[in-house]
Design a protein around this ligand. Structure first.
Ligand SMILES: [Zn+2]
Length: 331
């Protein structure tokens, strides 16, 4: 799972990348200026004309037609550079990402490159890439569900999950996946996550325990050590802004009025922003109402599609199968 330290590490990588690009530019520029002494004269002439133009505009005086002069200076600049074997592009920093110039942000929004980097680290850390190779729609098996209602329900659940993925861009649907231990809730969630990640969407996968750690850290940690507005907030923003937030195992965390409010705020903000969320839990809707709040309960009832899985503990069944297979190979 990603944690704040990992996120801060990514931001440090960005700082290093950006500083490197800028340092490289400074060095390249010094070299170019040495070989093309006329460059600085041209540039200061362009700057001077631009300033005069601005002053004339403010003062209301007649603005001379300087377009031509600037144009010819720019052309001369390209020519002198070219004669020395350079191009105007050599006077710009070479960022990995031109959009954010390696800051990771465009205004207050996270740039796509940073989202991708965070996702990359996120999945490396949680080994989820490996898990998703094993657990996806192609490997989902109904044979662990008993004939009759459990299997029918599982088939419908997979259908709903498929539709969720297919309609992701156009709908604002959310899923509430409930059921006992080992009935395939996490597996089903992984199927969805895999498909959406493959489509380049920004999926954040957090256990409820981690989610509340992060939210509480964003609220109390900043106050504690005076680092308000830093990566704590950015990290919280990821949870609020990602395309799909998966909250796994809701109900395993310590519930108190703080976590209950935080959960509601997160769920509610995401609904308002039309961002998708999946909650997977052993809890029933009635327990959500009792353990958290009436308003959270009503948001889920109104805005989430309910998937309730039945059956035996699949993990246990698989273990028994592996056990039998191992015994078979020993005989
Ligand atoms: Zn970028």
């Amino acid at each position: 799972m990603i944690n704040r330290a990992a996120f801060e590490q990514i931001l440090r990588e960005y700082d290093a990348k950006r500083l490197n690009a800028e340092r490289e530019l400074t060095q390249r520029r010094a070299l170019i200026e040495e070989k093309v002494p006329r460059l600085r004269e041209i540039e200061s002439r362009i700057a001077e004309i631009s300033v005069n133009k601005a002053i004339a505009r403010i003062g209301g005086g007649p603005a001379e037609d300087i377009g031509k002069t600037i144009y010819s200076l720019i052309r001369e600049k390209a020519e002198v550079l070219s004669a020395a074997g350079f191009s105007p592009e050599d006077l710009k920093a070479r960022y990995d990402c031109e959009l954010c110039q390696d800051t990771g942000y465009i205004g207050s929004e996270m740039c796509r490159c940073l989202r991708e980097r965070v996702t990359e680290v996120l999945y490396d850390q949680s080994n989820i890439k490996e898990i998703l190779k094993e657990e996806n729609f192609d490997t989902f098996s109904f044979r662990y569900y008993a004939e009759g209602q459990p299997r029918t329900v599982a088939e419908q659940a997979v259908q709903t999950a498929h539709s969720f993925v297919e309609d992701f861009a156009v709908s604002s649907d959310n899923l509430f996946i409930t059921g006992g231990t080992g009935v395939g809730k996490t597996f089903l969630t992984n199927c969805i996550a895999k498909d959406l990640i493959d489509r380049g969407l920004f999926v954040v996968y957090l256990s409820a325990v981690r989610l509340f750690d992060i939210l509480s850290d964003a609220t109390f940690g900043s106050r504690r050590d005076g680092t308000e507005g830093t990566s704590r907030e950015s990290f919280k923003k990821i949870i609020y802004d990602c395309d799909l937030l998966v909250i796994d195992d809701l109900g395993t965390e310590m519930v108190n009025s703080f976590s209950s409010t935080q959960l509601f705020d997160c769920i509610n903000e995401r609904l308002l922003a039309k961002k998708h969320t999946i909650i997977s839990t052993n809890l029933s809707l009635k327990q959500i109402q009792e353990n958290y709040s009436e308003r959270l309960f009503s948001r889920i009832v109104d805005r989430y599609t309910l998937i309730k899985l039945y059956g035996d503990d699949i993990r246990m069944k698989k273990k028994l199968e592996d056990w039998d297979a191992a015994r078979g190979s020993c005989n």
